[in-house]
Design a binder for this molecule. Structure first.
Ligand code: ADP
Ligand code: MG
Length: 592
């Protein structure tokens, strides 16, 4: 469609223009225009965080001289003609305001060559004044340059942050588009330095891996669902991967990046009781919905949105994520959130309803579906039941009285069965010990109170070829109470070990930690990295499935439980305990 000026009635139907806030908002508008023009390559260059220059180059459809003359005129757009079109918008733009408002606060220049045409043209607009279109030379596609943003408005310019901060905002904008459009090649350069070079890829999961690392990519579970005019695609990360804020929750509605509380609530509820308190899951989700079901009066330049039927959307998104997570082998909500604490505070009705529901879910599972979390390959799996040669008495008696409150016994060298008033617990010994250690280590590290034990002879750990990993892990190892020293390339000498490793071999623990430790992701906050590191250490130092426990060890472990926060999940968010009540047993065996 050629660019035309919208008539006043249509203009009035659209919410009033958004002021450009910062360089990143201009970059967003410019990339949207490139994608609207069908670009397969978008390159973004900024100087001084975008304050001095923003240049976006694409290989899209381009503009001819007539269109160029109109591009900077307010309400000039090629994407909308009449009011009815408003309810069927499939492009990012339609208001014809972006270039006009950019030109009002900056010097802007466009060079463009229509696909298949011989000649390029350019036009320059300065502070709202148009300039004549003249012939130029350029490849097919469009380049838009924005110089000295807010140069004419010192008050606005003053509010811009430092150049690295503004550049980071631009980076975020590019990331959101790059995640949504894996088929498009994106490039970002800041002050001449390449920040991102993303060739087109088949699937968004590759870009997730590029930006956020292999761990997250491997945790992704695909989500795909469709129901009455709603479609949800993308990925949710298994609850083993969480973040300390909603930074890793990306949602798009009809291709537009949004941050919406209805969607966030749906995501939180889908993961409820699967992730630890104060941890947020990671998702990359695309919702498609009839344009008529979204309120167009909420300005599309904002990342907010207003759904006309929000509760249906909320339920759909929550249920579909949940369904996919469960299908991926994550345990059902069989472990009630109140596993330890508020059990007694529930009303009897709630209690019965809860148990009934979890029991139904439990028995409704197909027999081949694991009840417990399936450990990732390579990690300690539940051991095979031990073969006991005939004639040999199994040294583990079936039940061993342990505490005054009840009895506890280890089964399959992996789980502890604990008798409790009104039922019994099945406890994953590794998960519980991991949680206990995580809590203990964290508490000590944060209060700088780690007790060290000197080793008589330093233990040497060698990991050739991973010098960088070792160098990056060293300060963290130190905070955790290891005294380590570089010992030639790719090797560490351990002089002292923290007491929390118990009787484990210090070199073995460090080796395991290093094996799991990748270069810290630079985007990850320092405390998040430390948390992650502590979780890894706890995992490595914890007893494993397959470790036989002495009765005193079982008792000590169960006793620790009360002193630890969130003892119902391990640091990865996996449940620690499966609780079965007598009620459930009685129902199951038809006694009720
Ligand atoms: P809108 O996107 O709402 O239409 P803009 O002010 O962003 O308004 O752009 C005005 C018009 O300029 C667009 O409708 C489009 O026709 C044209 N245009 C802007 N950028 C490009 C581009 N990169 N490639 C092709 N056409 C463009
Ligand atoms: Mg636009």
């Amino acid at each position: 469609m050629p660019i035309r000026i919208l008539d006043a009635t249509v203009v009035n139907l659209i919410a009033a223009g958004e002021v450009l806030e910062r360089p990143a908002s201009a970059v967003k508008e410019m990339i949207e225009n490139s994608l609207d023009a069908g670009a397969t390559r978008v390159s973004v260059e900024i100087e001084d965080g975008g304050r001095r220059l923003i240049r976006v180059t694409d290989d899209g459809a381009g503009m001819g001289p007539e269109d160029l003359a109109l591009a900077f005129v307010p309400h000039a757009t090629s994407k909308l003609e009449k009011a009815e079109d408003l309810s069927a918008i499939h492009s990012f733009g339609f208001r014809g305001e972006a270039l006009a408002s950019i030109a009002e606060v900056a010097r802007a220049r466009v060079v463009s060559r229509v696909r298949g045409s011989e000649l390029a043209h350019e036009a320059e607009a300065e502070c709202g004044k148009g300039a004549p279109v003249k012939p130029s030379a350029a490849p097919e596609g469009t380049t838009v340059e924005v110089w000295d943003l807010f140069g004419n408005i010192p008050a606005r310019r003053k509010f811009l942050k430092t150049s690295p901060v503004e550049a980071a905002h631009v980076g975020d904008v590019v990331t959101r588009f790059a995640l949504a459009r894996p088929d498009v090649r994106f490039e970002l350069r800041s002050d001449g330095v390449p920040v991102a070079t993303l060739p087109p890829v088949k699937d968004i999961s590759e870009r997730v891996g590029h930006y956020f690392g292999r761990d997250l990519r491997q945790a992704l579970v695909p989500v795909e669902a469709e129901a009455r005019g709603l479609k949800l695609t993308g990925y949710a990360a298994r609850p083993t991967f969480t973040s300390h804020n909603t930074r890793l929750q990306f949602t798009w509605v009809n291709g537009r990046y949004v941050r919406d509380k209805v969607l966030f609530r749906a995501i939180t509820e889908a993961f409820s009781d699967l992730v630890m308190v104060r941890r947020a899951p990671a998702v990359f989700l695309f919702l498609e919905i009839e344009p008529k079901d979204i309120d167009v009066n909420v300005h599309p330049a904002k990342i907010e949105i207003r759904f006309l039927n929000s509760s249906r959307i909320h339920d759909f998104v929550r249920d579909e994520i949940r369904r996919r997570l469960m299908a991926g082998g994550v345990p059902p909500a069989f472990v009630p959130k109140d596993a330890w604490g508020s059990f007694v505070n529930q009303t009897p009705e709630q209690r019965v309803a809860d148990r009934e529901q979890s029991l139904n879910e439990f028995f409704a599972r197909p027999a081949d579906q694991p009840v417990f979390f399936t450990p990732p390959p390579g990690k300690a799996a539940m051991p095979e039941p031990r073969d006991i040669p005939p004639g040999v008495v199994d040294p583990t008696p079936p039940f061993r009285p342990l505490t005054a409150e009840g009895r506890a016994v280890q089964i399959h060298d992996a789980y502890i069965l604990e008798e409790i008033p009104g039922g019994f617990n099945v406890i994953d010994q590794h998960a519980l010990h991991e949680r206990v250690l995580y809590f203990r280590i964290r508490e000590r590290v944060l209060s700088h109170d780690v007790a060290r034990q000197r080793l008589l002879v330093p233990a040497i750990v060698r990991d050739t070829g991973r010098e960088k990993v070792i160098a990056a892990a060293r300060p963290l190892l130190d905070r955790l109470g290891f005294e380590v020293e570089e010992f030639g390339p790719g090797a560490l000498a351990i002089h002292a070990a923290p007491d929390w490793i118990g009787s484990k071999d210090p070199a073995g623990v460090v080796r395991d930690i290093l094996a799991d430790f990748d270069q810290p992701d630079p985007g990850r906050a320092a405390d998040d990295a430390l948390d992650h590191f502590i979780a890894t250490c706890a995992c490595k130092a914890a007893i494993k499935a397959g470790d036989r426990l002495a009765p005193e060890e079982i008792r000590a472990l169960l006793n620790e439980r009360g002193r630890v926060e969130h003892s119902q999940t391990c640091p990865h968010g996996r449940p620690v305990t499966l609780r079965v009540t007598l009620d459930e047993l009685e129902k199951h065996f038809g006694r009720k």
